[in-house]
Design a protein around this ligand. Structure first.
Ligand code: ZN
Length: 385
């Protein structure tokens, strides 16, 4: 297959030859007209495949309040009423994101002493079913806390043994009320199993910063530089900038990455400052049509737009940073390699009509083609059967 007259993100234009699942060659462009823009595959650095209610009749969202603890309780009720298995709704979501050009994702999967490993087993089925099309990295996620849900630490350990790739965590202070107790449990398993970590941290202010610093120090002590992420990290956006800058230096030094989904109601971390200080920042959908959020569709270009909107990005360079967060930066945090459009690399690309990355983020153009391993898997936003 030859993709004619395609501009790459770096502005160069070629006829791109795809052969045997690889990019075989960049040939001179067939004509002088501006053609399509070829993007590397989109990457969702934070999704919850087991939580989504996508494809089901609308489930009213009726959490009593907006605290994390209220949402956990509301979700228990939604979960109890669910009749369709998570593998089915999760598969619907994977099909939808695939059609929008996402070929790699990191999904957190709920684990607590009521669910046990049920959701993990359901999402392992989804991973197996779509294994030729999309990378699904699984985080064993203690949605109900670890200490306040006795038995969860053992379940998290078992989850890694059964195929989860990373260990999650949740507001050590805000939910478990014990910073060291929560982190002791996580890092004991991590050391035993040799996996990475991705911790949800909603706790804001100086208290949240103290938790981020503790996670970074433990990352250094465990020799896990480059394998740890903090998701949300609202605290970085809710303290004086000097405090956030000092924390950024520690994050850069210990290789701890920060995930943001462009939160609607909380402080967004100062993404440009973090990047300037050498911190890897990446993007994810987070909740999509579930007990936590009625919104979302898994389209990572739309997500990049929301991140840019919340971060008050205006310049092309800033929009390119938002694009990077849902492509190369997320791929780097997930350890997807090789990644990107290069001769000899995988023939994975997303083709759109746009003049620049900034225009892609602002306009979220229709995905003309999604190509995986040289094969067209979606056309004009619809999966090819
Ligand atoms: Zn999340």
């Amino acid at each position: 297959m030859i993709l004619r007259n395609a501009t790459l993100p770096d502005g160069t234009r070629h006829d791109i030859e795809l052969k045997d699942g690889r990019v075989a060659a960049f040939l001179p462009p067939s004509n002088a007209e501006p053609g399509v823009l070829a993007l590397p595959p989109l990457v969702d650095g934070h999704i919850h495949l087991d939580k989504t209610l996508l494809g089901l009749p609308w489930v009213p969202n009726q959490a009593a309040g907006n605290r994390v603890a209220d949402r956990i309780e509301a979700e228990r009720q939604v979960r109890a009423a669910r009749t369709v298995p998570e593998s089915e709704t999760g598969a619907s979501l994977v099909r939808q994101v695939l059609a929008s050009g996402t070929l790699h994702m990191r999904s957190h999967v709920d684990i607590d002493n009521q669910l046990g490993l049920k959701n993990l087993h359901e999402i392992l089925k989804v991973r197996e079913r779509f294994r030729d099309l999309v990378t699904i990295q699984i985080v064993a996620f203690p949605q109900s806390g670890i200490l306040r849900s006795p038995g969860t630490a053992e379940l998290l350990d078992a989850a890694i043994a059964e195929g989860a790739d990373l260990l999650g965590g949740l507001d050590p202070v805000g939910i478990d009320g014990d910073l060291d107790g929560h982190l002791d449990a996580i890092f004991a398993i991590v050391r035993r199993r040799g996996v990475g970590v991705d911790i949800h941290l909603h706790d804001g202010g100086e208290g949240g910063i103290a938790q981020i610093r503790a996670i970074a120090e433990r990352t250094r002590a465990a020799g896990l530089q480059g394998k740890v992420a903090v998701s949300h990290a609202f605290a970085l956006g809710s303290v004086p900038i000097e405090v956030a800058e000092r924390t950024a230096d520690l994050l850069a030094e210990t290789g701890v990455a920060i995930m943001s989904h462009g939160p609607g109601g909380a402080a967004i971390p100062p993404l440009k400052m973090l990047r300037e200080h050498g911190v890897r920042v990446f993007g994810g959908s987070d909740n999509i049509r579930d007990a936590w959020s009625p919104f979302g569709n898994g389209d990572m270009l739309e997500r990049a737009m929301m991140i840019g909107y919340r971060a008050n990005f205006r310049h092309d360079e800033e929009l390119a940073l938002a694009f990077d967060m849902v492509t190369a930066a997320a791929a780097s945090v997930l350890g997807i390699a090789p990644y990107g459009i290069a001769v000899g690399g995988p023939a994975d690309l997303v083709v759109v009509e746009a003049g620049s990355l900034a225009e892609v983020v602002a306009g979220r153009p229709r995905r003309k083609l999604v190509i995986k391993g040289g094969r067209i898997v979606a056309k004009d936003g619809v999966l090819v059967p």
